[in-house]
Design a binder for this molecule. Sequence first.
Ligand SMILES: Cc1cc2nc3c(=O)[nH]c(=O)nc-3n(C[C@H](O)[C@H](O)[C@H](O)COP(=O)(O)O)c2cc1C
Length: 384
Amino acid sequence: MAGHAQYQNEIYLRGLADEVPPFTTDPTRVESVAEAAMQPGPFGYVAGGAGSGDTVRANREAFARWRLVPRMLADATTRDLSTTVLGTEMPAPVLLAPVGVQSIVHPDGELATARAAAALGVPIVLSTASSYPMEDVAAVGGPRWFQLYWPKEPDVCASLLHRAKRAGYRVLVVTLDTWTLAWRPRDLDQAYLPFLRATGVANAFTDPAFLAGLEKSPAEDQAMAVLRWVSLFTGTDKRWDQLPFLREHWDGPIVLKGIQHPDDARRAADAGMDGLVVSNHGGRQVDGALASLDALPEIVAAVGDRLEVLFDSGIRTGADVVKALALGARAVLLGRPYVYGLALGGEEGVRHAVRGLLADLDLTLGLSGHRTPADLTPAALRRV
Ligand SMILES: Cc1cc2nc3c(=O)[nH]c(=O)nc-3n(C[C@H](O)[C@H](O)[C@H](O)COP(=O)(O)O)c2cc1C
């Protein structure tokens, strides 16, 4: 595959025909560009964080405290960003984070995201709260992992896992930090919660075990079906001793998402998990929580040799990815930026957002004197 930086040449060459990219290539501006194009409810849902928004800001500020120290004459002209994480090959150490209810920003939702990702070979992590059933998204093709919101009823959980496995989702990502929704003023002020309008419930509404608990079909009685969904998926905190249930029903790799404390990381490793995502859910859950990047080095030191440590929350630029990798992440998950791409341009918008990030990553890696992600160590950075 031609290098990701090729996208830069493509953009300049198209400029000769007076063509410019579909929207900004500046990932720090795309949020305000998207805001102008989106309905207030969906925009608030995507952009918003918990409480004061302190952790959303902290996630970004943490990146600024680490600076790259570029090295010269390192012969980094030919680079290879490809890698394999938990058996999944990827063109760069980047996956698309699980983001639910994507149809609120574009009618094609997760189908458009999956098409853009598949065309690039970039893995998606499909949310339990997808707007389309997991089988329909799988039919798009492309590497895919499944993200579980762990429902209260074991039968429903087992059924979702069985379907995901059958539909070719290779890795299970279990999100631990969202067993109930945080206080989110932007959504509260608009009294906006898409699930109550039966959006983001497609996996449940097509699930035999979920449907078996309903007297009438969701088409006949949507309100009852939504109520059942809410009671199954919110207020459902679990305990460490319940992890074996997942092993029983999933024979592939399991990754725990939402880890911020090294002791929890050790417990994940002790429990035989295959990976974890250092994440604070993009600042959407615990207001005042530490920046996810600030949690990363300690967790890598604690368990980096025992399981795969992935990272998300606040990744916007290629430099951000380089910093997270240098601090020991094996790969990163990209959240809001691709969702804004989806809002602005559907499949083409996701493609533009992801290609832009990969090109920026490729160029920043090379210009700072590295040829592969594996070349990155903390020595590439200085804390200021
Ligand atoms: C609109 C939105 C919906 C999300 N839905 C889910 C979800 O369904 N499951 C999940 O595990 N994480 C979800 N997340 C969290 C992301 O997976 C990821 O942790 C976060 O967006 C990363 O931060 P970033 O947006 O700053 O890149 C969601 C995030 C956003 C912005």
